[in-house]
Design a protein around this ligand. Structure first.
Ligand code: ZN
Length: 237
């Protein structure tokens, strides 16, 4: 258990919901930050409130630790990003080997805004769900990138921030298992029901692993991870 307050990048997706529980199990107080940048899965933002309510209902200690929920609007990101997340175009792989869901530098922008907010609020610990394991090729999710940015933020703001990425070396199945370790079936069910992952922003169809189109890369990854998690927990692993 660390003292002090953590700021969690909280989009309302599976990864950030798991990071929220991770932070609540380690820090005395936890604030959350979501970004509104015109993403077409803006439904994620609506999921945040339901997840926060659910987390509070699940655990009285967590309810007492949860502090402010912040939202920052950065529409500029949509203005400069001609990608599948912010424009109504099909998700596909580009010639550079990156899916066109890649918003260039998005996590650099998110973490820099998070650090600026943390600075103002006297917070040193920042938690994000960046992950290199189920790596879609997004270079701003790599551990090396996060460590370099951590150093740049510390220099540029004359602070000693610590960027925590608890999912960095976990695949999606391991992320479900982490949620179970932190909050049992209650947390797994809450994340399954109320977190949002689908790039297309679809909530219509309910699958074993939650809601989504079932076809986009994010849904496919979540479905695969859920299948592996269920298989391994049935084996008692
Ligand atoms: Zn989808």
């Amino acid at each position: 258990m660390q003292s002090g307050t953590a700021l969690v990048l909280f989009s309302g997706g599976q990864d950030s919901a798991t990071c929220l529980a991770w932070a609540l199990s380690r820090f005395a107080r936890v604030e959350t930050l979501g970004f509104d940048y015109g993403q077409r899965h803006a439904i994620e933002l609506a999921c945040r409130e339901r997840l926060l309510d659910g987390v509070k209902a699940l655990n009285a200690d967590w309810a007492q630790k949860l502090g402010e929920s912040h939202t920052l609007k950065i529409p500029t990101l949509a203005d400069i990003s001609d990608t599948a997340l912010t424009r109504d175009v099909a998700i596909e792989m580009g010639a550079d080997g990156l899916p066109n869901t890649f918003v260039p530098g998005r996590n650099l922008v998110f973490l820099t805004f998070a650090a600026a907010l943390a600075y103002r609020r006297g917070i040193a610990d920042i938690v994000g769900g960046m992950c290199e394991t189920d790596y879609s090729g997004y270079p701003d999710c790599r551990d090396e990138t996060i460590r370099a940015l951590n150093a740049a933020l510390n220099l540029g703001m004359a602070k000693r921030f610590e960027l925590h990425t608890p999912l960095m070396w976990r695949d999606k199945a391991a992320t479900w298992k982490l949620a179970h370790d932190l909050g049992g079936d209650g947390l797994v069910d809450l994340i399954r029901e109320h977190s949002h992952t689908c790039y297309l922003g679809e909530r219509g169809a309910r699958h074993d692993w939650g809601y989504g189109c079932g076809k986009c890369p994010a849904c496919a990854l979540r479905a695969k991870g859920w299948g592996e998690y269920v298989a391994s927990s049935l084996r008692g692993a």
